[in-house]
Structures are given as C-alpha cells and as structure tokens.
Design a protein around this ligand. Structure first.
Ligand code: MF3
Ligand code: CO
Ligand code: CO
Length: 257
C-alpha cells in the first residue's frame, strides 16, 4: 500500500484525535499509584474516552485484543493486557492509548514510575524518551525513514541499551496501522523519503539487556527474553515541509519537544 498523504481536512481531524489521546495520558497519571490494578486503569480510560470524549478506544477488539488500553510493566515490552494485577512501588509502566474520533486515530504512550523507582530504571525511561525525541527531530519533508531509525539506535546504543526490532512505528490515519513501517534502527539516508502530509508514529522500545523479545501464550504480551527491563514512548507526528508537528503533545512536554 502506498503511503497516504493527508488532506488539510484530514490533518485537522488527526489533530483532534491526537489531542484526545494525549488528554487520556494526562488524566490517568494521578491514578498510577501502588495498589491500583491495570484493569482499574483500563476502566478509567475506557470511561473517559467513551463518555467524556465521545470517542472510541481503538485497541478494544482490534485483532482480538480484549481491552481498551495497553499496560506494559517492567520486562513487558509492549501490548500488555490490563488485568487484576496490582502495581507496586518500583514498577515502571507504559500506558498506550489509541482513540478514534470522527474516523481518525490518535496513538500515544508514555512511561510512568510507580512510587519509588530505582535509578537504573529511571535512566532507561529517560534515555528512551530522549531517543523518541531525537527520532522525531529528524522528521521533515525530504529526510528518510532510515534517518529516524538511525538517530534512535545511536542514542540507545551509546547508552548501552538495545533497540527492539519486532515492533515498529507506523503510518496512521483512518486505519490504526498504515504504511510505512517506521523502524527504530537503521542507516541514515536509507528507506523512503518523507513528504509533507504524511502522518506516522515514532514509538521506540529500548531494553536494558538484549534486544530479543518473546510473546506470551495470550498471543499479545511481548516480554524481553532475558527478563530485563524495557521502556517505550510514542507520539503521532505530522510531516511538514520544514519539520514536524507532534499531534499528541501533552502540556508537560511543551518545553521538552
Ligand atoms: N498502540 C499500539 C501501537 O502503538 C498498538 C496496540 S495494538 C493492540 O501501535 F491491539 F494491542 F491494542
Ligand atoms: Co503506534
Ligand atoms: Co500505541
């Protein structure tokens, strides 16, 4: 499938969907405390998306996914399924939100620290966020997908982390996952050139140990093979002539990004 260039009208709808997804991450933060279950987080987000935002949680029933959000704790790389498991102090957790509004998708995730978290876990969380921003900063008309992957891989490996290869960013719009595949590793100059009006996600997963993952028997939960910690951050990003616009930016990031 070719990469879809969005019209100005579609871009406006993607701005709305992106803003809604970012707002879910803003309201869930205060609930992420020791003792809360990931099912409770799922229910709060589901209720907010459906009843406050008048939107649809895209993960629910997507290819059989059973819940409205993904919650990936510690050694879980991505696609963790909310359950009755309680968070405990020291955990790191990724909450990944995708909403559909007026037919268009907004997709974003962030890491949260639960209670007191060790310095090594905090470092992984911080370097992974930096890697995402360095990837996003490559985005503009004319740069290539390889430029994004290279920037992310370089920052990860310079800091002695590995980049997960099995999952990547993606085009997004009317569909949850569109072309292209946005790899989080690669060589500068490789791959397709970006064009203004494309919308992609950048969502690197970095592991403290080796890059290898395995998917659990539930068919979704991806964990590190060596059980080392993993972190992920994600934004939905519009390619513009001279750079990018982060469609899922939160207020807390306005100075960072
Ligand atoms: N939100 C994920 C992504 O960033 C995809 C989750 S698929 C699901 O692409 F089914 F697990 F929700
Ligand atoms: Co995504
Ligand atoms: Co996502």
């Amino acid at each position: 499938m070719p990469i879809i260039i969005k019209t100005e009208n579609e871009i406006e709808k993607m701005r709305v969907a992106g803003k809604l997804a970012s707002q879910v991450l803003e309201i869930i933060g205060t609930h992420i405390v020791p003792g809360v279950t990931t099912d409770e987080l799922n229910n709060i987000c589901h209720d907010y998306i459906v009843n406050t935002q008048g939107a649809i949680p895209a993960p629910l029933n997507y290819r059989g996914f059973p819940k409205s959000i993904c919650t990936s704790i510690n050694q879980t790389v991505c696609h963790g399924i909310p359950s009755d498991k309680k968070l405990k102090s020291g955990d790191i957790i990724n909450v990944d939100i995708t909403v559909i509004k007026d037919g268009y998708h907004g997709d974003t995730s962030k890491m949260f620290c639960v209670g007191e978290v060790s310095p090594h876990a905090k470092r992984l969380v911080k370097i992974t966020q930096e890697a995402m921003y360095l990837g996003i900063k490559q985005v503009k008309q004319g740069t290539t997908l390889g430029d994004i992957g290279h920037a992310i891989q370089k920052h990860a490996e310079t800091n002695r982390y590995s980049v997960v290869r099995e999952f990547c960013g993606h085009g997004i719009g009317k569909s949850f996952h569109e072309d292209p595949h946005v790899l989080h590793y690669g060589k500068a100059g490789d791959g397709e050139a970006l064009e203004a009006g494309m919308i992609i996600t950048v969502e690197p997963m970095l592991n403290q140990g080796k890059r290898y993952v395995k998917v659990l028997a539930d068919g979704w939960t991806a964990v590190t093979k060596d059980r080392s910690l993993s972190a992920q951050w994600e934004h939905t990003v519009l390619v513009t002539e001279h750079g990018y616009e982060i469609l899922t930016l939160r207020h807390e990031e306005m100075s960072l990004a």
